[in-house]
Design a binder for this molecule. Structure first.
Ligand SMILES: [Zn+2]
Length: 304
């Protein structure tokens, strides 16, 4: 019996457990006045409240977009116009965040309960929150545009497929890759070579929709890259920046641009030769930033 067989197997000796280290004494908390705690809580609550309001604005816009997305065939304009009205609302909320910080940082300074560093740390929250507001907006808009671009692509494939018939025998040509340039396709029935030209719908998709699919696919690394850039700007002392952050920024920037350019080139094969030069240019830009840090220069020297 399997269970019996299992039981008969010798149980592995437990991993040796290192003797428990003496617990470190808790760090002495800095003396924080109730006034300071209350101010920090109020600031955190203000940030959360502004985020929640943007969330509501975006949720409403995404919901209102769904019926429009369903109508998209070859043009994104029906979505661009309503979303243009959202942008000033995002800006207004960012302004509100800045004004709130200006007011509360005055109170924090006046309270005398904040060190210079503590006040600076509270100010960093404004930059991080501002970055998150932008990313929330781009994510919501980007997901709507990507769904619309998917519909453009589906419509283009259907429309173009109708005209992809063999010149010799009239059979439908299979495996026509949906791209924006002419292709040679062999007929599966009579073996003759056909040159297939993309239809207008495919050209429209490649010109205006593909970029949204590319941005959407690259979004996770794009968001991570933007957060790291914000974080990096918050170090007043360049020497204090951990090398891990710089290494990760380089890797994430590479990930973002290679994904984005590759997806764009997937639908615009004529762009393929430019993917590598474009990627090199973006990497050159990030290296210019990274080389401002001695940690990075050291790391680069060691890396060879
Ligand atoms: Zn044929």
């Amino acid at each position: 019996m399997l269970s019996w067989f299992k039981k008969s197997k010798p149980t592995p000796a437990p991993e040796p457990v290192a003797p428990a280290a003496e617990p470190l004494p808790p760090p002495t908390p800095p003396a924080v006045s109730n006034a300071a705690v209350a101010l920090v809580q109020r600031w955190d609550a203000t940030i959360a409240e502004i985020r929640a309001r943007l969330h509501d604005v975006l949720f409403e816009a995404v919901t209102a977009s769904e019926p429009l997305v369903a109508t998209i065939r070859s043009d994104l304009a029906p979505l661009v116009l309503p979303w243009n009205t959202i942008t000033p609302r995002v800006h207004a909320l960012r302004e509100e965040l800045s004004s709130a910080w200006n007011a509360i940082s005055d109170e924090m300074s006046a309270s005398g309960a904040f060190t210079h560093e503590a006040l600076y740390a509270e100010g960093c929250k404004r930059d991080l929150a501002g970055c998150e507001l932008e990313l929330m907006h781009e994510r919501a808009l980007g997901s709507v545009m990507a769904r619309a671009a998917d519909r453009m692509l589906a419509a283009a494939v259907t429309t173009d497929a109708k005209v992809h018939a063999c010149n010799q025998c009239g059979a439908a040509l299979e495996r026509v890759t949906p791209v924006s340039r002419s292709l040679n396709v062999t007929c599966a029935y009579c073996n003759s070579l056909n040159t297939v030209h993309p239809g207008d719908a495919m050209r429209m998709f490649a010109a205006s929709g593909a970029i949204h699919l590319a941005a959407d696919e690259a979004r996770p690394s794009g968001d991570a890259m933007r957060r790291m850039e914000t974080q990096l700007r918050q170090y007043r002392d360049k020497a204090a920046v951990p090398i891990a952050l710089l290494i990760e920024l380089e890797a994430t920037t590479h990930q973002y641009w290679s994904t984005r350019l590759a997806v764009e080139a997937r639908y615009n094969p004529d762009d393929a030769p430019y993917v590598q030069p474009k990627l090199d240019r973006h990497m050159k830009d990030v290296l210019r930033t990274l080389r401002q840090y001695w940690q990075w220069r050291d790391y680069e020297t060691q890396r060879g």
